[in-house]
Design a protein around this ligand. Structure first.
Ligand code: UQ1
Length: 432
């Protein structure tokens, strides 16, 4: 719920930040440095910069961030609705360092930028997102955007998805999902449902095979929604193949090569349209900085989001080791927890008793057709449903489609990025 007043009520307890007050653009020391100006970085820095004042909080972010791409690729929203320049979403009190963090020195409390500059911090928040590893699929980087191959995960091919879907004349429409964690794990299959819906309306469905090949062993991590997705796939004649990982695209022959994650066997599938979701992984600088776990994600306590080794480091969102799905809804709840705990730590008052704890909440709005959506909400720690509304959210509904298409984008831009939306927990308590 909207937490601004809650957090700002503590404002007066903070000493003003005179130590760092400076308009010097080459300032190289901040109370809080946030690596990443995506959803998590902005949600946290909005509030912290308001509480701590000017020149206290820096955000290191080289590029822009665009959510909503399933809807762009599916022809539901224009690209312009999905993207805003970073300058427009950066909180006013934040010092925006338009550069890339290449290493953190956790023993010395500074971040190294690409140009060699060092930025010192008292507290560090890592919200660096997830890395798209296009090169891990042979032929994919070259194929992307041409001859029926697209991805909603690439800025320069997301609009091609919709173009290719519209131009599709029948044949094999293939949708892929890797076996790695990905951001927005429903995205790979949502676009299959949206495309299938369009093929039906365009009169090409009968001459089309719609094939969803996922490297994962399940269609969805939560059984309730997995069953819903399988039911819809069956009704709509979408072929679902599990443990089937895209390993190569031979664009010249319009062939995709899949490898079974069970037997290791490879098979070739001709395609007329292919939507690829690339393998993803943690940003490389985390392992290099020795702040990651064995898999390379920032090693934090899954409840408090505080680093397991360095107490002045926190992390949320896709780059953290928190073992839940990588969704914006999860970031909303995590951002509330992180801000509470970081501000408590700054006051010298973070203890097991005062710490806020992330409850594992995640949500995936699963489009299954032009006006039907299954709003999956669940505890990512134990894969059980955690639904907000007093009806069965395993069923596809027009109301949930409307909520996701029209209301959640407003919550995202005006609430989450401004630091005031920390998830629907209060509504859930009210309805249930
Ligand atoms: C949510 O809070 C959120 O973050 C803004 C999303 O990301 C875009 C979501 O998709 C969802 C479903 C929620 C949860 C919100 C409600 C109203 C159930």
């Amino acid at each position: 719920m909207f937490a601004r007043t809650h957090i700002l009520s503590r404002l007066s307890r903070f000493p003003s930040n005179r130590r760092f007050a400076s308009s010097n653009p080459s300032q190289s020391s901040y109370q809080v440095v946030v690596v990443g100006g995506g959803t998590g970085g902005l949600a946290v820095s909005s509030t912290l910069s308001e509480v701590l004042g000017r020149n206290a909080v820096a955000v290191i972010e080289p590029a822009s961030y665009q959510p909503l791409w399933t809807l762009v690729g599916g022809g539901v929203k224009p690209f312009s609705a999905s993207s805003k320049p970073v300058s427009e979403v950066m909180p006013p009190n934040v010092s925006w360092i338009k550069n890339k963090a290449i290493e953190v020195k956790p023993e010395s409390n500074f971040v190294v930028l690409q140009d060699g500059q060092q930025i010192k911090y008292d507290y560090l928040v890592v919200a660096a997102g997830i890395q798209l590893n296009w090169n891990k699929v042979k032929g994919l980087p070259e194929a992307l955007g041409n001859n029926g191959v697209s991805s909603n995960y690439a800025e320069d091919s997301v609009e091609k998805t919709w173009k290719f879907i519209q131009e599709f004349k029948g044949g094999n429409a293939v949708f892929t999902m890797p076996s790695t964690p990905i951001k927005c794990p429903g995205a790979a299959i949502k676009i299959a449902y949206l495309a299938e819906d369009h093929f039906r309306n365009a009169g090409v469905r009968q001459s089309t095979r719609v094939i969803y090949n996922t490297g994962m062993g399940k269609i969805f991590s939560v059984e309730k929604y997995a069953n819903s997705l399988l039911r819809v796939a069956k009704d709509r004649g979408i072929e679902v193949n599990l443990s089937s990982e895209l390993v190569e695209i031979r664009a010249d022959r319009k062939e995709a090569v899949f490898k079974s994650n069970k037997t290791g066997e490879e098979s070739v599938l001709p395609y007329d349209f292919l939507h690829a979701v690339p393998p993803m992984g943690p940003p490389d600088f985390i392992a290099k900085s020795n702040i990651g776990n064995a898999a390379g994600w920032v090693d934090v306590d899954q409840y408090t989001l505080q680093h397991n080794k360095y107490p002045n480091i926190y992390s949320l969102g896709d780059s953290s080791s928190v073992p839940t799905s990588k969704t914006a809804a999860a970031i909303a709840v995590q951002s509330g927890v992180l801000k509470h705990n970081l501000l408590s730590a700054m006051r010298g008052n973070l203890t097991p008793l005062t710490a806020a704890k992330y409850d594992g909440y995640c949500s995936c709005p699963l489009f299954v057709g032009r006006d039907q959506l299954i709003l999956a909400e669940f505890n990512g720690f134990n894969a059980t449903p955690m639904e907000t509304f007093p009806f069965d959210q395993g069923k596809e509904r027009g109301s949930m489609y409307f909520l996701t298409k029209e209301i959640i984008p407003e919550i995202y831009w005006r609430g989450l990025l401004k630091g005031t939306w920390v998830g629907p927990g209060r509504f859930r308590s009210y309805f249930n």
